[in-house]
Write a protein that binds this ligand. Structure first.
Ligand SMILES: *Cc1c(COP(=O)(O)O)cnc(C)c1O
Length: 477
């Protein structure tokens, strides 16, 4: 399998060649040359597989330059009941006939990002060890992504994580989750500013090419292809859980932000999984819903981006959306390049009166939006009717999914976080605090380890230099 750029400016590369890089050299995103085609017979033969075996069948088609035995080991080490709480890894719960909840949030940070990130941690360590290289992962977080990355990379050889977060601005749960890590390759840097200040520092450091190369700065952001590929697996797993034969079609409802999760569903569908509809749900930040309703893609400014009670979906533009447009254009990199010329300059594009828009229905994506009132109502009603507590993001997905649900088509709603992470909203909806899973009870009382810094790129760089130079080579290989 070779990988190309959505903007056409990258010579074909293998999977491990694109694994550690962020954007392609031309600013585009890596895409597999073709999607692996899964015949109905192959699909049916996968039905009895357990999660690791199914993951191997799917991931080996995208990661064919990793020896099969090694890939088996990496997958077997990742998708265990120890890490994900059950042998099924992603259990499906029936709420009522035809309506299901796909549990994706039983990993270490209680959000679905662990599904891909835990695998990425093992994959990065494997590739770096093989090459005798090191990586300093630098990121900015306002919550879920940062903790998921830290829990995936903790203790991994050859990897350090420098995670910037706005000092005092995350929930106490999120802060404790990150800052209580004592691993000596994890560095929490609390910046005396807001999330955008953190992101600006990351950008400034990454734009310093000399520094970036010398100190091997990398990222684990949501455009990483390995994360998308790892997320494809649970769409197949859920399909098998709710059907008896591969003649049946299923719809999925996906709480969306950066378009990574739902894009994995799109990939599954392109591979041949009988997906009828992918229902995209946004919160008040409805840039994606606007596109799928009207054809206008208009990324918002930071000032226009609202802070909501489903904060992990508070995005102004959707990084993975470019991959979808690449497919919509019939993989015409020239067109993608033209469209993103305006996006990258802070503009928008409108496909409504174009031939492209006529093809949108072929891709099965429908969309809707939610609000604070609607999500609180959905949490309350789901508890009342099904005796099940869901978090605010999952509530957005369920709300929109129910609105667009079709008779006789099973609907699988993706749970993207546990309610325990968003106690305030849960209390508002049902009048009591959600229970925490075992082991998380006194998270906030654990000792915390972090560095506090001013909004100052130079200080962050100096810190990275000190840690890298003082620890010597981390990788014994
Ligand atoms: C990241 C995240 C989302 C959005 O997923 P995308 O892949 O960015 O669309 C939704 N819910 C939760 C809880 C998340 O952490």
């Amino acid at each position: 399998m070779r990988y190309l750029s959505t903007r056409g400016g990258m010579s074909p590369k293998t999977f491990t060649e694109i694994l550690l890089t962020g954007l392609a050299p031309d600013g585009g995103l890596a895409m597999p040359e073709v999607y692996p085609e899964i015949s109905p017979a192959t699909l049916e033969s996968w039905r009895p597989l357990d999660y690791p075996s199914l993951a191997f069948e799917i991931l080996s088609r995208f990661m064919d330059d990793i020896p099969a035995g090694d890939l088996h080991t990496l997958i077997a080490r990742t998708y265990t009941s120890d890490i994900f709480g059950s042998k099924e890894i992603t259990p499906v719960q029936m709420l009522e006939p035809g309506l299901y909840l796909l549990h994706l949030s039983n990993g270490p940070t209680l959000a679905f990002k662990d599904m891909a990130m835990q695998f990425l941690g093992n994959l990065f360590e494997y590739v770096l060890t093989k090459r005798g290289e090191e990586l300093n992962i630098l990121g900015a977080t306002s919550g879920d992504t940062g903790s998921s990355a830290e829990y995936a990379m903790r203790g991994k050889r050859g990897i350090r994580v420098f995670m910037l977060s706005p000092y005092g601005k995350m929930s106490t749960f999120q802060t404790a989750q990150m800052f209580s890590l004592q691993d000596n390759n994890i560095f929490n840097i609390a910046i005396e500013g807001v999330f955008d200040d953190c992101q600006d520092i990351v950008k400034a450091v990454s734009n310093d090419q000399t520094f970036k190369q010398k100190y091997r700065i990398g990222a684990v952001n949501s455009i990483n292809w390995a994360r998308i590929a790892a997320q494809v697996v649970y769409y197949f797993k859920a399909y098998f859980a709710v059907t008896r034969s591969s003649g049946e079609t299923v719809s999925f409802s996906v709480p969306s932000g950066n378009f990574g999760n739902i894009f994995a569903g799109h990939v599954a569908r392109m591979m041949g999984l009988p997906v009828r509809k992918l229902v995209l749900a946004t919160n008040e930040n409805d840039v994606l819903d606007e596109f799928f309703r009207t054809g206008l893609y208009r990324p918002r400014s930071t000032a226009e981006t609202k802070q909501t009670s489903s904060p992990s979906m508070d995005i102004s533009k959707a990084s993975n959306f470019e991959r979808f447009i690449f497919d919509l254009t019939g993989r015409d990199a020239g067109q993608v390049k033209t469209l993103w010329k305006s996006v990258d300059q802070g503009g928008a594009f409108d496909l409504s009166n174009t031939d492209l828009w006529k093809k949108i229905a072929d891709f099965g994506i429908t969309s809707g939006t939610s609000s604070h009132t609607a999500r609180i109502h959905t949490i309350r009603e789901t508890y009342r009717k099904f005796n099940t507590l869901i978090d605010t993001h999952t509530a957005d997905g369920l709300k929109v999914g129910m609105e667009l649900r079709e008779p006789d088509i099973p609907l699988v709603c993706l749970e993207t976080a546990l309610p325990a992470k968003f106690a305030d909203s849960i209390r508002e909806a049902v009048g009591f605090e959600p229970q925490r899973p075992a082991g998380y009870d006194d998270l906030e009382s654990l000792p915390q380890r972090f560095e506090r810094m001013a909004v100052d790129t130079e200080q962050v760089k100096q810190f990275i230099i000190r840690q890298t130079d003082s620890s010597g080579k981390m990788n014994p290989a």
